[in-house]
Unconditional design. Structure first.
Length: 161
């Protein structure tokens, strides 16, 4: 901090306030980014997720209805919160402002599961008070859907990139 203020005093006042604001913004964005980037690492306890269902999953029939019900209010076709839309299979695969939320073939590495499985503190989806959490059966189906997607070898290992 000492070094930063020294650096700032060298610059004009308005500029220093501006850079301070930018620095603060970057720090917040950075912290969020690291948080999500970590979501892809082993730091998340994926053993808390129910195992994937053995069932052959049909997105329209088995997944879409409960996602629409639980998420659509905030994550609609227009982009929605976090620029993440549950409107279609395609929009879910596209991801949100923090990148891909689904890694095809790898439910245990898919940030979407961390949000809905309540593995990320403070980022539980749906947020507290905004509806019931997904049931074990729904989580299990969601995992199966992700695991049964054709693997995309071009998908980045780190979904935040
Ligand atoms: C009451 C509103 C609300 C509901 C309902 C809700 N969300 Fe969210 N969701 C948010 C908000 C707000 C954010 C952005 C939070 C942030 O950036 O810290 C978010 C962020 C996300 C993200 C991260 C997107 C990104 O790239 O940053 C995912 C994934 C997500 N929600 C999935 C879901 C799913 C799946 C459901 C349904 C099971 C759901 N949400 C229900 C409000 C909601």
């Amino acid at each position: 901090m000492v070094m930063i203020s020294k650096y700032l005093t060298k610059m004009g006042r308005p500029a220093s306030y501006l850079s301070l604001a930018i620095a603060a913004g970057l720090a917040v964005a950075g912290a969020l980014w690291v948080n999500i980037a970590n979501a892809a690492d082993a730091e998340v306890d994926t053993s808390k997720l129910p195992p994937a269902s053995e069932k052959k999953v049909d997105f329209a029939k088995d997944i879409q209805p409960f996602l629409k019900k639980a998420c659509q209010d905030c994550h609609d076709a227009g982009g929605g919160a976090g620029n993440f839309s549950v409107d279609s299979e395609k929009s879910i695969l596209k991801g949100g402002e923090h990148g891909k939320m689904v890694i095809p073939g790898k439910s245990a590495k898919s940030p979407l599961m961390y949000y809905v499985g309540h593995l990320l503190k403070g980022k539980e989806m749906p947020p507290e008070g905004a509806g019931d959490p997904l049931t074990k059966e729904q989580l299990s189906l969601l995992r199966a859907w992700i695991d049964q997607l054709p693997k995309d070898d071009k998908a980045p290992k780190d979904p935040a990139k």
